[in-house]
Design a protein around this ligand. Structure first.
Ligand SMILES: [Cu+2]
Length: 253
């Protein structure tokens, strides 16, 4: 597996010489991708994800509605599997939920965490203080993805997944079924609410290097402003997020 070891070196070189990376890679190595979200766990969620890659710089837009308002919604690029989504029939253990574990054979593991600020690696997969908390999500952020994420977009195995579903309609994440990811959390907090496979978007007659330059003007709309999430957010670890989550639940109780 010498090849795998070479990847970080390439990434480092690109980071050190961004202009070099642009000329070498991005002109021929970009693209736009769209995912139409379908509901999971009877969430009723609808929406769209858009990604434009310029080299490994991803400008990401997620618009979704029908989520539980006031509760965190982890959102990720999942990679490394079939590039497809499960259905509600894929509840293999018959606990009433399609869980993350049951969806993984279709959409794979976390490749990027679509956080509102800070780290976007899989390490932030459950950093719930840095995910949208609104019933209608309007997310836009530009960040660097890893080579394996870029490759997933290239080969059609990148999938957008939004998590957190109030399946029993109680107005909060609760219930007796606990999460397959963190047994201290209700299943409702982590179960997928919506899923969509990314496919290359039809760019029509857009000339190379043309209209896409508009991304720079909107990329500044960072999400801490949009969601009012302030200084809370240095927590990167999932454990810290879980603690914060329980604190929030306690506050609501
Ligand atoms: Cu996910």
């Amino acid at each position: 597996m010498r090849k795998a070891l070479a990847l970080p070196t390439i990434a480092l070189a690109a980071a050190a010489f961004p202009l070099l990376g642009m000329s070498a890679a991005s002109a021929a190595d970009g693209g736009s991708y769209q995912a139409d979200l379908g509901a999971l766990n009877a969430s009723g969620v609808t929406g769209t994800g858009m990604v434009t890659l310029d080299g490994n710089t991803a400008t990401v837009t997620v618009e979704a509605s029908g989520l539980l308002d006031g509760s965190p919604h982890a959102q990720h690029f999942h990679i490394g599997a079939e590039g497809t989504c499960p259905t509600d029939a894929d509840d293999a253990d018959d606990d009433g939920f399609v869980s993350v574990t049951e969806g993984a054979p279709y959409y794979g593991a976390i490749g990027s965490s679509l956080t509102t600020e800070g780290d976007t690696s899989p390490d932030s997969g459950l950093a719930i203080d840095r995910f949208p908390t609104t019933g209608t999500i309007t997310y836009e952020r530009t960040f660097e993805v890893t080579e394996d994420v870029h490759e997933a977009f290239d080969n059609g195995t990148a999938v957008l997944v939004l998590h957190g579903v109030d399946k029993d309609g109680s107005g909060a994440y609760d219930g007796d079924v606990m999460s397959d990811l963190d047994p201290s959390l209700p299943m409702e907090a982590t179960a997928p609410a919506a899923c969509g496979s990314f496919a290359a978007a039809q760019m029509g007659t857009t000339p190379a290097g043309g209209a896409e330059t508009g991304g720079g003007s909107t990329a500044g709309m960072e999400q801490e402003a949009a969601f009012g999430i302030g200084a809370v957010a240095l927590v990167g670890a999932a454990a810290a997020g879980a603690v914060a989550y329980r604190r929030r639940q306690a506050d609501q109780a």
